[in-house]
Structures are given as structure tokens and as C-alpha cells.
Design a protein around this ligand. Structure first.
Ligand code: ZN
Ligand code: ZN
Length: 372
């Protein structure tokens, strides 16, 4: 028998979230029932709300959950009820890609994260008696309780501030992981970040941790650039400044070691590529629209420049999230400056504030909380 819980049910593309009672199955093999303390909202939730997943609604989204384990299924060895956990993306931990330590590119990653169902196609929640898509990133954390998997759960200290740590599982991990895990940026190197949202600002904080000599932030908003500066950016530019590429090339004496595109637009990727120095690396982190293409000067690639796409910062959450938690505790990864708390009931306000860029990282508090 399942238990009654409350979830934000999305019934139609771009529709409002309606908080209603759903029935949550008992945990199956490898699963954990987690009482969700808080969940961040990520841009991927918004693109899936807009129909990017092409799966039928109703659905429960949310994939930056954190909470406390209430019950465990068969075969769970590393978690017991009462454990505090931060959830991240799902990987099978067994395929060729996972065993080569690239869980972000797991061969079962699509089914386990983006189908809205479990990897075997089943659904953990029922709404009005019918099964609904409710295993987004093996979480569906826009709910008071969810079924996660031992493979996407990371144990944290029982006293850890879960409301703050919830968004570590996706957006913050993506930006910080790109710098610390994918690039392994070293002391004295130069980085440029296009897009000062949650992902870009996490990259900027991580670059400061790594000792970057120059951290350039580019965004359309002066306010965001101000925050980027506070978090470690040394040079900031409005994205619509004329001759921007030329200015950055001059300022960096020939380009940056690493450039990050955190927006998902072809023209921005092209700019990031153009400010990357010979032998440097330009990476795409932003989610492009379906079918988007970019054109590049082929000769520039022959300078040894690399262009790569990075998912989830190339990070393994089992080791990287504990590292971010430590950096946060040391005050070196001050994510609270990007987060804004909302009561679960205010989820539609939170989405609105994110879409209008008035909130960088809304965090829903599932069991009572304050609204800004
Ligand atoms: Zn795998
Ligand atoms: Zn995400």
C-alpha cells in the first residue's frame, strides 16, 4: 500500500503547478523514501514544464531535492531511516560509462533522469487513481515525499542545512564541476563565464576556490554582474557591449584558458569560443533549443582549441557533493547569496520570479517556510 503525500502536479504544458494529494508507492529494490525538506528549481524543470520531455502529463517535476530518509527498499546497504541526504542525477553505476567514472553520461541516464519514469518504465506516484510521471531524475522532488534511489542519494551530516544544500544536486554542481572536475582549473589561469545565473555563478565561486588569476563574467543584467563581482569575478561586462570579444581578447592578452557557455544560445557559444586562447577549452553547459546549430571558423580549431559539452559538471555526486558541502561550510561556496526561499504553496510565484529573472535560485520549503 502506498501512502498519501502532497505533490505539485503539472497537468498541461506550461500550466500552473497544482498542489494535491497523490499516493506514493513503498520503496522498491534500491530505493529510498525521502521526506523532502527542500527542493531547488532548476532551468531544466522549466524547459520540461514547457514540454521539452515530450512525455505526456500529468507529471511531477523537481530534481534538486534534499531531505531525510524515512524508509528503504530491499538491497539498500548505505542508507538507513534518519539519514540526511542531498539528491542528484541518476546513474546506474554499472554500465561501461559509469565504470569508467563518467556517471553523468550513463548509458541509462536518459531513461533514469528524463523519461519521468523509473528506468524500467514504472511510476512511483498515482494521482486520482492513475499512475503519473513521477520519477524525474529519479526524484520528482516537488513533493513532500519522493522515492529516490541509492545511486542518486548522497549522505550529508545530520546537522547540515538541507534548505541551503538542496540545489547542490544539479545547477551548482554543474557550474562548479565544470571548473573543478572537467577543467581542473589551476592557480593563475583565466576563465570567462557567459551567463551569470545559478550555473555561471557557481562556476565563478569555484574558480575563486581554484585560484584563477582572472574571472570574467558576461551577462545582460548589471545587477547579476554586481553579484558576480561579489562572488569572485575580477572583470565584468554587459553582454550587449559593442566589440566585446575584441575587448576581452585584449584584456586577457590573447584569450582565456577556459570559457563557459551557460545560456544555450548559438551566438553566445560562438563568443565564448572566440575568446578562448589557442590550446584552451570552450565548454557548452547551457541547454540549447531543439535543433540549434552553431558555426565556427574551422581554422581556429587548428590552434589546438577544444570545444566540448559538459553535463552535470562531469562530476560524480557521490564525491563532489561532499566536497561542495565542505567548501560551503568553510564559507568558500556561499550559495545562500543566490538562493531565495519560498513556501511549497508558492511554487508558481517561484517559477514566475525565475522566469522574470528576479530570483536566481528559488528553493521550495516543503513543510512550512517563509515567502519573500
Ligand atoms: Zn551507467
Ligand atoms: Zn537541473
Amino acid at each position: 500500500m502506498g501512502i498519501p503525500v502532497r505533490a505539485a502536479v503539472l497537468q498541461v504544458v506550461n500550466g500552473p503547478f497544482a498542489i494535491d494529494e497523490v499516493e506514493l508507492e513503498p520503496p522498491r529494490t534500491g530505493e529510498l523514501r525521502v521526506r523532502v525538506t527542500a527542493s531547488g528549481i532548476c532551468h531544466t524543470d522549466l524547459t520540461y514544464r514547457a514540454g521539452a520531455g515530450r512525455f505526456p502529463f500529468p507529471a511531477v517535476l523537481g530534481h534538486e531535492g534534499a531531505g531525510v530518509v524515512e524508509a528503504v527498499g530491499e538491497g539498500v546497504t548505505d542508507f538507513v531511516p534518519g539519514d540526511a541526504v542531498v539528491l542528484s542525477y541518476f546513474s546506474c553505476r554499472a554500465c561501461g560509462t559509469c565504470t569508467r567514472r563518467h556517471p553523468a553520461y550513463c548509458e541509462h541516464g536518459y531513461a533514469g533522469n528524463f523519461s519521468g519514469a523509473r528506468p524500467d518504465g514504472s511510476f512511483p506516484m498515482r494521482w486520482q487513481g492513475e499512475p503519473i510521471r513521477s520519477s524525474f531524475f529519479h526524484q520528482s522532488s516537488f513533493a513532500t515525499h519522493m522515492l529516490a534511489h541509492q545511486h542518486n542519494a548522497v549522505k550529508v551530516d545530520a546537522s547540515a542545512p538541507l534548505e541551503l544544500l538542496a540545489p547542490l544536486g544539479c545547477g551548482f554542481q554543474t557550474g562548479a564541476g565544470a571548473v573543478l572536475e572537467a577543467f581542473r582549473l589551476e592557480d593563475g589561469q583565466q576563465l570567462a563565464v557567459y551567463g551569470a545565473g545559478a550555473v555561471g555563478l557557481a562556476a565563478i565561486m569555484a574558480a575563486r576556490v581554484a585560484g584563477a588569476a582572472r574571472i570574467i563574467a558576461v551577462d545582460l543584467s548589471a545587477e547579476r554582474l554586481e553579484l558576480a563581482r561579489e562572488l569572485g569575478a575580477t572583470d565584468t561586462f554587459l553582454a550587449d557591449e559593442p566589440e566585446l570579444t575584441k575587448t576581452i581578447l585584449k584584456r586577457t592578452r590573447g584569450g582565456v584558458d577556459f570559457a563557459l557557455e551557460c545560456v544555450g544560445l548559438p551566438q553566445v557559444l560562438r563568443q565564448a569560443f572566440d575568446v578562448t586562447r589557442p590550446l584552451g577549452t570552450c565548454a557548452l553547459l547551457g541547454l540549447p533549443g531543439r535543433g540549434a546549430e552553431v558555426s565556427l571558423p574551422m581554422s581556429a580549431l587548428l590552434s589546438g582549441k577544444k570545444l566540448v559539452g559538459i553535463l552535470e559538471g562531469n562530476a560524480d555526486p557521490k564525491t563532489f557533493i561532499p566536497r561542495l558541502v565542505s567548501l560551503h561550510a568553510e564559507g568558500r561556496f556561499p550559495i545562500e547569496k543566490l538562493s531565495r526561499p519560498y513556501a511549497f504553496e508558492a511554487i508558481n510565484d517561484a517559477v514566475h520570479d525565475m522566469e522574470t529573472r528576479t530570483a536566481i535560485k528559488p528553493v521550495l520549503h516543503m513543510h512550512g517556510g517563509r515567502t519573500p
